[in-house]
Design a protein around this ligand. Structure first.
Ligand code: MRU
Length: 368
């Protein structure tokens, strides 16, 4: 930890150009610790163990993972083969967020075929930087488009705070800057709107309670952490005006995979006629897929993430066992919300309905 540093990005390339620095999100909000990644193995560990997480950040980290592989390819007998193998290994770190595969493929396209080591190094660094800055700009634009939407909803209930519910962490920690689901929230807050956020704790790893609450608190955005089961009750009692979540992979037909429990929020929102929006950059679309339920791979993680809970106990992080020692647990990390339950998608190109024709109107380059 660097004392008194206020971090505004979860990832940055060190001035030595050989070290990727990341905030260790496993330890937030109680400990701010920076990990130094130097190899593809370090990057794979960071993605797999969720030192870094969130679809756009996984993509950016993977892009720098390819860059580090180029750095480390210098004295290899066959740098091309080495690079290809490292790219495949990076791709195998987590299965659901499509940004991972998208970013590595973009890097391969730019780097392979470049002849000299130094040109290859420059090409890899430039492409990783360009992916990073494009994601920052995409998230900023999601904020711009989402703000109009929130202003519209706020106009329907003057003199009362606009109540937003969000699930997991789709904030700057998941995305480099702004966030996806949080971008409209930050934009509304900065525009002076009276806004309050219900933050789902998001078991098992509590990305809502640990990360979203930390982000919102640092910015001064009014928020309340709730259990994952509370959202339906709040909706039934008129305490939620809009739900905004992020996504890890969306099909071209508008089904979206997001953190486990998102589907239940969408069902409750549907039953209570509450708008349910998904904020995502174009890098989160899987343009090959048409059926989210059958096509999107759902990560199953270590059951111990369900069995144990981590928190601060007298000055240090501790893990506590919840169920009986011998009870098995299952840890499905994502679920799929079908397009029919989604009011709209907030993208960098604007807001659209969650259906193939509407999505392709915004992204015509992906029409067949
Ligand atoms: O398992 P994670 O933490 O990598 O899951 C990603 C998420 O935080 C979400 O599902 C998020 O809403 C989409 S990424 C902006």
């Amino acid at each position: 930890m660097i004392p008194n540093t206020i971090y505004t990005r979860p990832i940055w390339l060190d001035s030595d150009q050989q070290t990727l620095n990341v905030i260790d999100q496993r330890q937030l909000p109680h400990i701010i610790s920076i990990l130094n990644l130097k190899t593809a193995d370090d990057v794979i560990m960071a993605i797999r163990e969720m030192v870094v997480r969130g679809a756009p950040l996984i993509g950016v980290t993977a892009a720098y993972g390819v860059y580090l592989s180029v750095v480390n390819s210098k004295n290899r007998d066959n740098p091309d083969n080495y690079l290809k193998q490292e790219c495949e290994r990076i791709k195998s770190s987590r299965p659901t967020a499509v940004n991972l595969f998208w970013a590595v493929d973009r890097m391969i396209e730019k780097v392979c075929g470049v002849k000299t080591f130094s040109d290859r190094l420059d090409a890899a660094r430039q492409e990783a930087e360009s992916i990073t800055e494009a994601e920052v700009e995409n998230c900023r634009l999601i904020g711009v488009h989402g703000l109009s939407l929130l202003q519209h909803l706020a106009a329907e209930k003057p003199k009362k705070p606009l109540q937003v519910l969000t699930h997991c962490n789709a904030g700057w920690l998941a995305c480099v800057e702004h966030g996806t689901a949080t971008a409209p929230i930050y934009a509304a807050f900065e525009a002076g709107m009276d806004i309050h956020v219900w933050v789902d704790e998001t078991r098992p790893l509590n990305q809502g309670a640990r990360l979203t609450a930390w982000e919102l608190g640092r910015r001064g955005v009014s928020h309340t952490v709730i259990t994952d089961n509370a959202g339906g009750h709040l909706m039934q009692h008129g305490l939620v005006d809009v739900v905004i979540v992020g996504s890890d992979r969306a099909t071209r037909t508008g089904d979206i995979a997001n953190k486990i429990g998102t589907y239940l929020k969408a069902l409750a929102a549907w039953d209570n006629r509450i708008p349910f929006y998904v904020a995502l950059p174009s890098s989160t679309f899987d343009w090959q897929m048409t059926n989210g339920l059958t096509d999107i791979p759902i990560e199953v993680r270590d059951p111990d993430e369900v069995r144990y809970i981590q928190g601060l106990a007298t000055d240090q992080l501790s893990r506590i066992l919840i169920p009986p020692e011998t009870s098995p647990a299952a840890n499905f990390a994502f679920d799929v919300t079908p397009a029919r339950l989604i009011t709209g998608l907030i993208t960098e190109r604007g807001v659209c309905r969650s259906g193939e024709a509407d999505i392709l109107r915004l992204f015509p380059e992906h029409a067949e």
